[in-house]
Design a protein around this ligand. Sequence first.
Ligand code: ADP
Ligand code: MG
Length: 255
Amino acid sequence: MNMRENVVLHVADVHKNFGGLHALADIDLAVEEGKTHAIIGPNGAGKSTLLNVIIGRIPPTSGAVVFDGEVLTGKKPHEINQLGVSRVFQTPEIFPELSVLHNVMTPAFAKRDGAFRINMTRPLDGEAAIREEAEAMLEDVGLAERIGEHAGALSRGDKRRLELAMCLIQKPRLLLLDEPTAGMSRHDTNTTIELLKKIKSRGMTKVIIEHDMHVVFSLADTISVLAGGRIISEGLPDAVRGDPRVQEAYLGGAH
Ligand code: ADP
Ligand code: MG
């Protein structure tokens, strides 16, 4: 395994079988602090499974995930979240009945208290400060004018932005994004790339799973290519782009 000092996330020899299907095999990954590491690969390659193993939603069949010296494997998703790991899913997971503002305040309380709480009638401890922070975050992601609306009424692109704000308010040290531009128009994709570039400078480590090459090459410092549950190529974007194995497995294939 890679022992460079600035590596903050290690995935060590992870395997995941679903019955007879080897969804992940021999996965070793070393992500450096503050970098954006992209995981790309065709549909069914195992990208979402890998992300779910990292955040504790799916236990690996064998192997381990270590973040900043702490073994995450075996911990519950909320315990991993409390260690500074947040994620954006392929399908936005928001609270459709709550206002845009309350959607962003809720994970801030969850991070602070270790539980999701919302109280519409009585202010909670420190609510004013959290409200202020949530408003600033919504300003950042371009949703300042929508704070009073029901989150369920937002467009898909805006739900994505909302989910990002819900992650960012937790001030994660590791942010995982599963296809953050899936289903977006080219315009919304470009706005999201700009937003991700903006938060890139905040220094948190990011793992981004992405299908869209434009997004990957705009954002990634390093890339791992998954195909059939294995990493088939890894390195700097230009090297990966030029790797014939990658072109065969992914870039040239249907997607
Ligand atoms: P990707 O995100 O790269 O498209 P996934 O990680 O979703 O790929 O899936 C990898 C493989 O594992 C696919 O063949 C998929 O059908 C299978 N798979 C994913 N989740 C499950 C599950 N919960 N049970 C059984 N098979 C699964
Ligand atoms: Mg997926």
